[in-house]
Design a protein. Structure first.
Length: 268
């Protein structure tokens, strides 16, 4: 599913939710006439959609940086995103009497805003799971000590056939790294990436001897490392496709012994 099609699908679902909420009239809104009630929920959901659409991306980034569960990070982002949405909606609903809005008014509407935001976020998660879990393929970089593509693919197929078999055919090839996303693992290859329903430890076990678990959420192939970047006490591995992968502090000593944190890329 392309980004445009997914956006239209989300907006269609949002329109359906507006009609359902206007018909049901939850949170005491049923006492309002249908026209104003429809406008009430349209304003609420459209405003919530504008603020909550970035929540999944923000939660995913937080999970990578903090090494926490992606769902927990998304929930935290959702709770935080409800604050600006709530403020805008309450003041917009007050209209000319906006000066009379009190802290108790904001607090009373926050739960309703959070429920709406959580609904919008769940819609996006469902759309994400329903989409083809593949990202656009980046330009194919050259591997250190390259070998013919067929031979490379054959080598990967011999070592991890189960993992590669779950990738779309056009993405199968040398695996650069694995990224943990809740119950899924995003497999990054030379040709792009895709989500696979597998536990991280099981995916890593299939690639034993080819790389290292450098972080709670990341495994990196030895031959994919092009260098390392240090920021204060934190390290990141720079891969041959330009990606930077965080290194857990507990892994720094082991990776230094392996030569992964030196100026030159580690030997294959």
């Amino acid at each position: 599913m392309s980004g445009t099609r997914r956006l239209f699908a989300e907006l269609a679902i949002l329109g359906g939710l507006i009609l359902v909420l206007a018909a049901l009239g939850p949170f005491g809104s049923y006492a309002t006439p249908l026209g104003p009630r429809l406008l009430h929920w349209a304003l609420y959901l459209v405003t919530g959609y504008a603020f909550f659409r970035p929540v999944i991306a923000a939660g995913s980034a937080l999970a990578r940086q903090m090494g926490m569960s992606r769902l927990v990070a998304i929930a935290v982002a959702c709770v935080l995103g409800a604050f600006p949405t709530n403020v805008i909606f309450v003041f917009a609903a007050a209209g000319p009497a906006w000066r009379s809005v009190t802290a108790s008014d904001l607090a009373g509407a926050y739960l309703q805003t959070l429920i709406v935001g959580a609904t919008v976020t769940i819609v996006q998660l469902l759309a994400e799971r329903g989409a083809v879990p593949a990202s656009p393929a980046p330009p194919t970089p050259a591997l250190p000590d390259p070998q013919p593509a067929a031979a490379a693919d054959a080598t990967e197929q011999e070592v991890a056939p189960a993992l590669l078999d779950q990738l779309p055919p056009h993405l199968r090839g040398p695996i650069l790294c694995l990224e943990n996303e809740d119950h899924y693992v995003r497999v990054h290859t030379l040709h792009g990436s895709a989500l696979v329903l597998i536990r991280m430890r099981d995916a890593v076990a299939q690639l034993e001897g080819q790389g290292e678990r450098v972080h709670r959420s990341w495994w990196v192939a030895r031959r994919a490392v092009a260098g390392a970047v240090r920021q204060d006490r934190n390290w990141k591995l720079r891969l041959i496709d330009g990606r930077e992968v965080p290194v857990a502090r507990a892994s720094v000593a082991d990776l230094r012994v392996l030569g992964w944190l030196g100026d030159a890329p580690p030997a294959a």
